[in-house]
Structures are given as structure tokens and as C-alpha cells.
Design a protein. Structure first.
Length: 161
């Protein structure tokens, strides 16, 4: 299947120079096609970071769950300082803080691709989205267990002394 887009209801290849200048393709109409990838001419490390940050911001803006993950991460960091957790506990908290939003980003990416290729109902689309949501749920449950293991003992010690 050829990569294409539907600006203004038309389907044209993403490498079409006219498409690059149209709204909806980044502020500078930035789109990479196969020729760009082969030449590596237009894609610096800064571009790569900018795209990654743009993806994180997109997920944060559009996904309610992402906002919840970020709020939980902020709460975990505050609790970590208040309860003076040890370095190993900080490492466990840091892994959870990175892992859950990362999986949510992958979930968001998968939802976007599914919506692109299957705008109407399809059993496979349902399974794909449900599995991705399941992955987020598993990570969130694991992180909750880690949070209980890390924060509950020092919290009890603090309030029961
Ligand atoms: N094209 C489709 N075909 C079949 N079922 C779909 C389709 N799109 C969505 N669904 C069903 O609706 C659910 C919610 O999909 P939606 O795209 O609204 O994700 P969401 O509300 O952002 O979910 P999440 O909370 O996991 O981010 C999916 O898990 C799936 O069961």
C-alpha cells in the first residue's frame, strides 16, 4: 500500500512536494519519504528529538490516561522526597514513571494507525486496540504494586512513630 494522506479530502503520496507545504504536516510541512530516509539529508538528531517530544506532547494532549499517568508520576516524586525513600526504591519508581507513559505512547500510536487503516468497525481493529490497552493496564497494575511496596512501609513508619 502506498503511503498517502487525505489533505482536503484528496489522497496524494506523502512525498508530493505540494503536500509538504500544506497544513497538518508539521509547522514546516515536514514529511519524510523513502528518498529522504535513504539520503539521511533532512533528518538531524535535533529533528529526531523534536519528533519524539512532539509525540509525547500529542499523547499528553489527546489521551486522558496519559494525564493520569503524569499526575501519578508527580505524586510519586513528591512522596519519594517526603518519605525519603532509598536509592533502590527511587530506581524502581523511575522505571515505573518511564514505563507506563511509554506504553501509553505506544498505545496511542497503535490507535492512530488502526484509525488510519480501519476507520470503520473491524474485529481485528478491536483486538489490536484491546491488546494495546491491556498492555497499559498491566503496566499500571505493576506500577501500583511497586508504589505500595515502596511507599507504604515508610508511610506507616512515619505516621505510627
Ligand atoms: N475500528 C474499530 N473497530 C472495532 N472496535 C474498535 C474500533 N475502534 C475502537 N474500537 C473499540 O473501542 C475501544 C476504545 O477505542 P478508542 O480508539 O476510543 O480508544 P481510547 O478510548 O483512546 O482507549 P484507551 O483508553 O485504551 O486509550 C477499543 O479498545 C476497541 O474495543
Amino acid at each position: 500500500m502506498n503511503a498517502s494522506n487525505a489533505v482536503g479530502g484528496e489522497n496524494r503520496p506523502v512525498g508530493d512536494p505540494e503536500v509538504r507545504d500544506e497544513p497538518g504536516f508539521g509547522e514546516e510541512g515536514f514529511v519524510r519519504n523513502e528518498a529522504d530516509k535513504a539520503s539521511h539529508s533532512r533528518f538531524s538528531l535535533v529533528n529526531a528529538f523534536a519528533c519524539a517530544i512532539s509525540g509525547l506532547l500529542y499523547a499528553l494532549k489527546t489521551q486522558r490516561n496519559m494525564k493520569i499517568h503524569v499526575a501519578a508520576a508527580v505524586l510519586a516524586v513528591i512522596l519519594g522526597f517526603v518519605l525519603a525513600i532509598d536509592p533502590l526504591s527511587w530506581a524502581a519508581v523511575a522505571v515505573c514513571i518511564a514505563l507506563v507513559p511509554a506504553v501509553e505512547c505506544v498505545n496511542t500510536a497503535l490507535e492512530s494507525v488502526v484509525d488510519l487503516v480501519s476507520p470503520g468497525y473491524a474485529d481485528l481493529a478491536k483486538h489490536a486496540k484491546d491488546c494495546a490497552a491491556g498492555a497499559v493496564l498491566l503496566c499500571a497494575i505493576g506500577s501500583l504494586i511497586v508504589a505500595c511496596a515502596v511507599f507504604l512501609p515508610p508511610a506507616f513508619a512515619l505516621f505510627c512513630q
